[in-house]
Design a protein around this ligand. Sequence first.
Ligand code: UDX
Length: 459
Amino acid sequence: MDSPSSANRQRRNGCRIVLFPLPFQGHINPMIQLAKILHSRGFSISIFHTRYNFPDPSNYPHFTFHLLSDGLSELEASTLDTLRLVKLLIANCVEPFEQCLAQILSPDDLICRVVCVVSDAMWYFTQAAADKFKIPRIVLRTSSVCSFLAFCALPLLRERYLSYMDSKMEAAVLELPPIKVKDIPRLETHDGEDMYRAIENMVRETKKASGLVFNTFQELEEPELAKLQEQFLMPTFTIGPFHKRFSAASTSLFTQDRSSISWLDAQAPGSVLYVSFGSIAAMDQQKMNEMAWGLADSMQPFLWVVRPGLVRDSEWLAMLPDEFLEATHDRGYIVKWAPQQEVLSHPAVGGFWTHSGWNSTLESICEGVPMICSPFFGDQMVNSRYVNDIWRIGIRLEKGLERGEIRDAVRRLMVERDGEEMRQRVMCLKEKAGFCLNSGGSSYEALDALVDFISSFTF
Ligand code: UDX
């Protein structure tokens, strides 16, 4: 699929790109996939990475890794409060990033002729460093365009809707249909105000970038892309879905339990609901119980990723009521972490109950698996609204985690006609995602354009 001509390869020989992922699973996966894509097009790759979640370089023999000292204490690095971690990392990485960039750009550094920096959008301070060294910066926004538009509008939305956010949760947000007031990405933690500022900085600094890359495809978010281009005037490249070019398996931060695949092998086609809420989401014990009993009451087989830490302050499996484990032992299978892409492509899987992280959403679309959505925060609120209202390939749980609603949604998705229609629609999107990566498809062409764009920096 991605086979560049040898002439192009030669032309790009010696051109190095620096990539700098935000060090969380949902951000590392797409950035490393992008690195692999660009490497396959002839560029040399340097990865700048924090000590926090530093990957094993032996998994990437073709890349050069640079360790950034992120200044996190052991205690800070072990917190499960992701917003707090992001805030600390942003504050601590400004200088190490600049120093590392200065070093790699120095004439004494023999490995490179760095042509540009690709940074996660949240690393907004990298724009100033790139400007200082007069090197182009391309931003990778790892989530959907629709959720990015909501982040761009956040100051306005807070001003207009904040006063009644809690009393009119179902009201429409007129500026961004189909979003409702309850879908506005809120950051109501003790670090909330700092994070709102960080989002504003992210948007402002993204506007200064030379280019913008999204892990999505044109056919999925066409109207949203048109809106984006009214605000962001630089070239924008939608070259996703990345994981269909290079899988995310090598970037997994947790060990993937392959027994889930053998268990699926013994299940009937389309019968299993796969349940996973990604790498960050956490809940309290009461919500976990509702989840468990909703699943039990649905009477459907399920494969459930119960990640350690999914329930705050609870040991693994102590999170689940004994009666639930007894009631479902013949039709449920529980693991700490699964090979998700492989699970979703397994013929036994007929639905995905997800937190609507963007990687999970795209992976589900690409395998033609309809969803139940339980968003927790940030982009998940908007992604799930689009799954339910715009693409109509899933059911968003509107009451949070409530046993009766869960039971009904699982049955609707897995055995009722409604679910079958969602399955047909998501199969259409799967087909479109496949086409867009083939020769002449939108993402294929956009990748060629991105490669030309980056190559133009060298002349
Ligand atoms: C975070 C944010 O929470 C999310 O909203 C944002 O879109 C990206 O960053 P995360 O919550 O981890 O990500 O979710 P998601 O984007 O879905 O990424 C999870 C990744 O982990 C996926 O690539 C998925 O395939 C992988 N995964 C998940 C596994 O490999 N095994 C599992 O058991 C669960």
